[in-house]
Design a binder for this molecule. Sequence first.
Ligand code: NA7
Length: 542
Amino acid sequence: MVRNSELESADKVPAQVDVVIVGAGFAGLYAQWRLSKLGLAVQGFEAGSDVGGTWYWNRYPGARCDVESLEYSYSFSPELLQEWEWTEKYATQPEILSYIEHVATRFNLRRRIRFSTQVSSVEYQSAESRWVVRTDRGDEVSARFCIMATGCLSLPRRPDFPGLDSFRGRVFHTGDWPHEGVDFSGRRVGIIGTGSSGIQAIPPIAEQAGQLFVFQRTANYSVPAHNQQLDPSHQRWFKNNSSDLRDRMRRSSVGTLTDRNPVSALAVEPEERERVFEAAWLRGGAGFTRCFSDLLTSAKANEFASEFVRNKIRSIVQDPQVADLLCPRDYPLGAKRICVDTGYYATFNRPNVRLVDVRRAPIIGVVEDGLRTSAQSFELDDLVFATGYDAVTGALLDMSIRRDDGMSLKDKWSTGPETYLGLMTAGFPNLFFITGPGSPSVLSNMVLSIEQHVDWIANCVGFLTSSGKRYIEATQQAEGEWTQHVAAVADKTLFPHAASWFLGANVPGKPRVFLPYAGGVDAYGHKCREVEQSGYPGFQLS
Ligand code: NA7
């Protein structure tokens, strides 16, 4: 089959363009649309063979978004909104990918994207104030502006277990899943990792596999999705009122319609607290962390919510020892990203599923026919890594981004990323990050935050172009103050109390810095608008 990308994509890369956009997921595609509308020459690069980004790579069984479909979609085109029909409350990966493919086709966005092409270096030539972008296929293009739409969860991480190469079975990573799918029927499967990906993949794999071993190092809090077919009248209501609803989302804390209940969990009687938790559990979804105002700021309030979920786990899982092992205890609920599942805890009642505690007895290596912990050997046919990502900064630092005087982004961020508003970093003019570190990004509805960032960047580029300015660059002072503000806001929450990927704690040697901005989509959007409307204070324009 000839894919759309082969029919339409850019085969020849021009020597010079106005803008290079790296990535063709939600962010890269909207940036293509928005920047092209300004009449600028745009060139895109994408490592995958077609559009989709995260949703192109994450094809593991059970992969779904944990933000409701109607909210996790573009708002830039009223026609697109009206014509696309979501089928479920939480869309599956195939449905989200179809949506993104539809957007690419409908707005003819593939023609300026070179697919199956990895950007290897991005170098600033100070004399010309231009970026030279090089790829693994030998392309070289010079651009005035460079937009990094490289995603927050796009560089998969696989622990380097000794002996992995000797394993004779099949090895998979949830973040780089085979396009043709995987048949686990009757096989002995081991899955490492119980974050969102593991928790989504475990139930469907358990249904197929002969035997499934779940290697858990840290138990996670998970809330049921209660996924269902979308009621057509609800979808119609959303479409008819989308303008008001989008405004409400933009004025919320995380960019969704389920905003934070303003009432403290400590201000109500125990019965009322349980009633609210129960209602949030029955409603399902990540909004559970917002069912009281202070679940992510007060350890005491949080402990009530944590214990509520632990009690749910005990009520679902029949074997008390297994239930106990599945109960998270060493960090507050929501301090690692809360998971949203379909039948996760009940899966441990199946006779073919075994939970293995690799906190107590760690994995020490892989052998020809399986995996060894310090306590036992497990014979396996397949090994699935659901071990996460080098998040937020991983994909950016995986490329060589540098200036011609030798300064690299990697060196600059060696003790942690520094940005102004998560959009730009001092010393790297005309280089923009979409949902970069220091912006709400992974703490928010990504599609909404992506649109907000792309709009800001497009307005900025439009302003520079029309006012004859050559470049924009964050000042050291604004960047220093913003970086301190991002840390100070995080320190007022419980987020730093978990060794999470939000903090870079999952990657050995990565600086422990809280990566996203926890101040909320509303306050953040207000700040960005203010900067734009008052002539870009905190940025130097030349
Ligand atoms: P996560 O949330 O980073 O989860 C990774 C899991 O893998 C987590 O349970 C880790 O345990 C486990 N892990 C990682 N390395 C090891 C080793 N060496 N041994 C045992 N277990 C290990 O990644 P996901 O892909 O699930 O989710 C990422 C985001 O994607 C998610 O939050 C959504 O936003 C979508 P640990 O907790 O480190 O003890």
